[in-house]
Design a protein. Sequence first.
Length: 324
Amino acid sequence: MTETNEILVVGVDIGGTKVAAGLVDRNGEIKSQIRTPMVANRGAGEGLAAVVSAIDLLLSHDPKARTLIRGIGICAPGPLDPKTGVVINPPNVPCWRDFPLATEVEKVYRVPVKVENDANAAALAEARWGAGRGYRHIFYAGVGTGIGSGIVFDGHIYNGRTGAAAEGGHMSIAYEGPRCGCGKPGCIEILAAGPAIARRARSKLGSVEGPRSAILDLAKGNIDAVTSEMVGQAYAAGDPVAKQVLQETVDLLSLWLSNIIDLLEPDVIILGGGVAAMLSPFFGDIADGIAKYCIISRCREIPLLKAHYGADAGIAGGAALCSE
């Protein structure tokens, strides 16, 4: 139960298949949370209803909560306009096209509503309450199924001219590399995100000689079933093929992050997402790789930190949008 003098905000994380919502206090603590299905492939109204239903369910767990809410922050799939709260044309949520999500949710709850993309919001949450506390200039990267990034300068998200800045996952580091879904060749996302790790592992398993890899055991002998999670599990068990795959991923991320540092020279780099968590034993190797590639000689002074919020980054990020 909430205290009567407590100030809360609602953080909402919308994906293609789920809506997660949480009550968050002024210190960034998630007091409670729920998860419900998202209706992404029907009409815009049904998509909105799924979001409202999730928030209503969250608030129903505590009768006092509704009177304590001071704002709702929503992490929504992009592209979107954070200034107007309009969701433009997200591939994973096709029900919304030029949809005024912030305005529609404000009509229901009569509190300020802000909308941002997930990586920007997660970066802000880490800056306010997480691993980035005490730093002025923050670069955040969420490395999972894709790679998203966010930039926070002096406590504020850097959105660029139209709100579309900080697409660091689509920075190309290999001109002749595989073509990314965005259309460019050799983006870090197509080379180092979860699906790329799985592809690299499958390729190696098809040609490896010697003892059977633990990756293949986890996949029950089916190379096509290999996932990045299996690579991480096999690495933890001491599998040499998994170690090689992850070390190559580390090299790619090191080169990319050296470019980020040479461009922005942030005070700190924070890595979140499932792949980043899997690579946490390699953070020292990533730092060494950054130092090898970086032009800025004092790059080792920039710490490389694991994100605080983990799987709750979307809820915390949404809440951070309304935390001022």
